[in-house]
Design a protein around this ligand. Structure first.
Ligand SMILES: Nc1ncnc2c1ncn2[C@@H]1O[C@H](COP(=O)(O)OP(=O)(O)OP(=O)(O)O)[C@@H](O)[C@H]1O
Ligand SMILES: [Mg+2]
Length: 409
């Protein structure tokens, strides 16, 4: 029997299957293993597409709804529902469409039907509530069942990464693994002794690369879309509602802005605005379906700053284009809080493992956000350079989930 392994990430997903005791990683995007975890609903075709196909449809100008960071909805209190042409979808139903497309790709490759899956999950779907964390896993499990999987097993994402990194290690040692993705920061401390692997602790916090992007939007970009700008209503000068800008900066929440009432209230605001050009950009972001371009411009600049000291945030897709420079220093300063939280979660992982820094023999960094130099600097402050290793930013969790599938099924 064949089994599947799916790392359904906030930003990127990776899939694999296990057949005849062999692991096969299946590329989702040409030669790349990982593909963006995005979904597009085409109003004309009345159908969904996933990943690169979804991006292609959007960029070809198809009219529809584009979904990003759906994983971030799993741990929320509200029961999120989306209505598309009269049909209402729960968050589980939307994620099921993505998982089902992965299942199909895997089955085509394996040339067999697949009924069981090992799915990754972060240590915390919600930092503040055990109940919501449980609910999040149930929502994801229900998505997997709706996608057609009969048996669903969960594994913590950092433990999956740990399985990958410790695959060939036998020498007695303690290892810290940090997995920082788009949505979450996750840690595990593992002790290896010969063939024995002992998970000493896990810890996690709901902070990742999207939290960094959010700060860039809030501190530098939203001003160009009318944040803090003024409008005149019945002779009174007022500031625009800040709630629009909160939803603008959180990728999964932007969806709520497609609501007709919200669009209408922004249009009304536009008519009274003292800075119409800026509010116009907000309207275009929603109506011209520019949000993916927007996200790419923000995260693209952040990614540039992993290599160079000054990046340009290029918003040339608006009728009224703008661009701004962002320095590494500005970026680092604006994510100070997030860096502290990432550091605290690491301290927590060590504390739970009853370990001190000097007990740790090796540190493995994985997940796209460990490419941010200020994030890496955290580990270099605590551990000797020679202990820190870095590889497979995007595939270590997916491969580890497949190792788990191989072991249990
Ligand atoms: N070179 C880079 N420098 C900084 N950040 C990067 C770089 N490349 C990718 N990222 C960021 O890494 C994040 C995606 O990483 P990854 O694919 O590991 O996340 P994920 O698995 O989808 O999310 P999660 O595990 O939190 O659900 C995004 O925020 C992206 O902007
Ligand atoms: Mg991940």
């Amino acid at each position: 029997m064949v089994s599947a392994a799916i790392d359904f990430g906030t930003t990127n997903s990776v899939i694999a299957y296990v057949k005849d005791n062999k692991i096969k990683m299946v590329p989702l995007n040409g030669r790349l293993l990982e593909s963006k975890s995005v979904l597009f609903y085409d109003f004309e075709e009345r159908s969904f597409s996933v990943g690169q196909e979804a991006i292609n449809a959007l960029q070809a100008g198809e009219i529809g709804r584009f979904f990003v960071a759906l994983k971030s909805f799993l741990g929320t209190k509200e029961e999120i529902e989306t209505t598309l042409q009269g049909k209402t979808y729960t968050i589980s139903q939307l994620i099921a469409i993505i998982l089902k497309s992965f299942k199909r790709v895997l089955e085509n490759e394996a040339k067999e039907s697949i009924n069981r899956v090992v799915l990754g999950r972060p240590v915390n779907f919600n930092d503040n509530s055990k109940e919501l964390d449980k609910l999040a896993q149930l929502r994801l499990e229900s998505a997997a069942k709706l996608a057609g999987f009969k048996e669903v097993i969960f594994e913590y994402e950092p433990i999956a990464a740990a399985l990958t990194y410790t695959k060939d290690i036998k020498k007695k040692q303690k290892i810290l693994i940090a997995d920082i993705g788009g949505g979450t920061t996750d840690y595990t401390v593992v002790e290896i002794n010969g063939n024995k692997k002992n998970i000493l602790s896990t810890s996690g916090v709901y902070i990742g690369g999207n939290s960094f992007d959010k700060k860039i939007i809030q501190n530098y970009v939203s001003y160009y879309l009318g944040k803090d700008s003024k409008y005149v209503n019945m002779g009174k000068t007022l500031s625009v509602d800040s709630r629009f800008y909160a939803d603008l900066s959180e990728y999964h929440k932007f969806q709520t802005m497609y609501d007709v009432e919200i669009i209408n209230s922004i249009k009304k605001l536009h008519s009274m605005s003292k800075e119409k050009d800026k509010i116009q950009r907000l309207i275009e972001l929603i109506e011209q379906r520019l949000y993916f371009d927007f996200i790419e411009a923000i995260s693209g600049a952040k990614i540039e700053l992993s290599k160079i000291d000054l990046a340009t945030i290029d918003m040339s897709f608006f009728t009224n284009p703008f661009s701004l420079n962002l320095s590494k220093e500005q970026f680092n300063n604006s994510i100070n809080f997030e860096l502290k939280e990432i550091e605290k979660a690491m301290q927590e992982a060590l504390k739970r493992a009853n370990s001190s820094y000097s007990d740790i023999d090796r540190v493995f960094l994985t997940g796209g956000s460990t490419l941010t130099p200020a994030v890496r600097a955290i580990y270099y402050r605590y551990f000797d350079e020679s202990k820190i290793e870095y590889s497979n930013a995007f595939s270590s969790v997916g491969y580890g989930l497949a190792l788990k599938a191989k072991e249990i099924f």
